[in-house]
Design a protein around this ligand. Structure first.
Ligand SMILES: Cc1cc2nc3c(=O)[nH]c(=O)nc-3n(C[C@H](O)[C@H](O)[C@H](O)COP(=O)(O)OP(=O)(O)OC[C@H]3O[C@@H](n4cnc5c(N)ncnc54)[C@H](O)[C@@H]3O)c2cc1C
Length: 385
């Protein structure tokens, strides 16, 4: 450990996880530097999308329900203090097939935690949402108080808030750390500057495997994920809130959002795409995905058949083997922490993730086994959705 380090903690990566971790460390009176290669929630980061769902249902994975509840409170407090309206309470509608037992687990957990919801049989769904084709859907679960975080702006807001709490922000790329001792004395930027701290939190999202190639190269699986926005018919409000909530067609593994801020109906395939490098993957959608998205819209939203694609995004999930987060100490370096593995569902949890990580770094929290490095395998078998 360096004597008289400049900072108590350096957090590397200003995505949703790094920003909130920096914020919670600063709230605990730590001198914090946040280092980011490109700027908070830039358009290649996993947190760089326009919008992310915040929902409470997680089947039987109750910890994520609790973290979502905790996080939504913190997000709302952040936005209220900043006088920004970056949460949209659209409701989140799960559309499910008869064989879906996960929905029953979700309902039980929502009841246990007093999350407001409605269970909608098929006939009620058809009455409320005539703009949807409900083939194969037998019931719905509507989380009435869940919705959408306007993601990249929400991260910018979290960073501004962290700066108000005394966090410093530096734009620089940190080199993969090399070490021979049991602690890290300093990290080095790509221009050769050394930065020393008591602890280092690497919240590098899909880049974690590049920063720690031996340790995490085979344990973080960045996958290509394509997102489409379809223009809604002129003069037709059926695809905007409150007529359409955020939706998840469970049998199709496809989710999307209503027309928010007049950007169009958003949809994305939740199945994992090909493994990619976040620095080099093409950000243009593939012809196959475009065709798939057009077919999906025509099938599930018949009145939007032939709707134009008005915007696309290509991003990446940063999956762990089963979808549980990775929040743990580096096995060889006692003052280095690994914080990531959002796995396509992490955004909403930024505040609770930051709170947990800050406590762990300061030796104040209880470690959850499921977030440990020991549970992260080198083969993917997704169990958390
Ligand atoms: C298409 C898509 C849809 C999603 N939908 C949802 C959703 O609806 N709801 C939900 O909750 N979650 C969702 N997610 C998941 C969620 O967005 C991610 O889990 C979360 O944003 C991960 O945040 P992060 O901070 O770990 O990573 P990132 O946002 O990628 O941040 C990591 C940062 O570290 C920086 N960095 C990396 N290496 C270095 C270095 N060497 N030096 C300096 N800086 C470095 C990067 O520049 C980057 O800014 C979705 C993800 C995608 C891609």
């Amino acid at each position: 450990m360096p004597t008289n380090p400049t900072y108590d903690v350096v957090v590397i990566g200003a995505g949703v996880f790094g920003s909130w971790t920096a914020h919670h460390l600063a709230k605990r009176n730590q001198r914090v530097l946040l280092v980011e290669a490109h700027g908070p929630a830039h358009n290649r980061a996993s947190s760089g999308g326009e919008s992310r769902i915040i929902r409470m249902s997680y089947g039987a994975d109750e910890i994520y329900t609790r973290w979502s509840q905790n996080s939504l409170i913190q997000w709302k407090e952040l936005f209220a203090a900043a006088h920004q309206n970056l949460f949209q309470q659209t409701g989140v509608l799960w559309l499910s097939s008869p064989s879906d037992s996960t929905l029953d687990h979700s309902i039980a957990t929502l009841r246990l935690h007093h999350v407001k919801h409605e269970i909608l049989p098929q006939n009620e769904l058809a009455l409320r949402y005539p703009q949807l084709n409900l083939d194969g859907i037998s019931r719905g679960l509507l989380e009435t108080e869940s919705g959408i975080l306007l993601a990249r702006r929400a991260v910018a807001c979290a960073v501004e808030n962290a700066l108000r709490h005394g966090v410093q922000l530096r734009i620089a790329q940190i080199q993969p750390p090399s070490h021979t001792a049991k602690t890290l004395d300093f990290i080095e930027t790509s221009s050769g500057e050394r930065i020393s701290a008591g602890n280092y939190v690497f919240a590098c999202g899909p880049w974690l495997g590049k920063v720690f190639p031996q340790l995490l190269g085979s344990r973080i699986f960045p996958t290509r994920q394509e997102v489409f926005f379809f223009g809604t018919p002129p003069g037709d409000s059926r695809f905007a809130p409150p007529h359409l909530p955020t939706w998840l067609f469970q049998p199709d593994e496809v989710y999307g959002m209503p027309d928010l801020e007049n950007r169009g109906l958003k949809l994305a395939n939740d199945t994992h795409g090909a493994r990619v490098d976040p620095d080099t993957q093409s950000r243009l959608p593939s012809p196959e995905s475009i065709e798939w998205a057009r077919n999906f819209v025509a099938r599930r939203f018949p009145a939007m058949k032939n709707a134009p694609i008005v915007e696309t995004r290509v991003c990446q999930y940063e999956n762990t083997s089963n979808g549980d987060f990775l929040i743990d100490r580096h096995p060889d370096l006692s003052n280095v922490w690994l914080a990531g593995g959002g796995s396509g569902h992490g955004f909403k949890h930024g505040p609770a993730f930051g709170e947990y990580t800050a406590a762990l770094v300061l030796g104040q929290g209880t470690a959850e086994h499921r977030f440990s490095l020991a549970t992260k395998q080198v083969h993917q078998h997704r169990t958390v959705h």
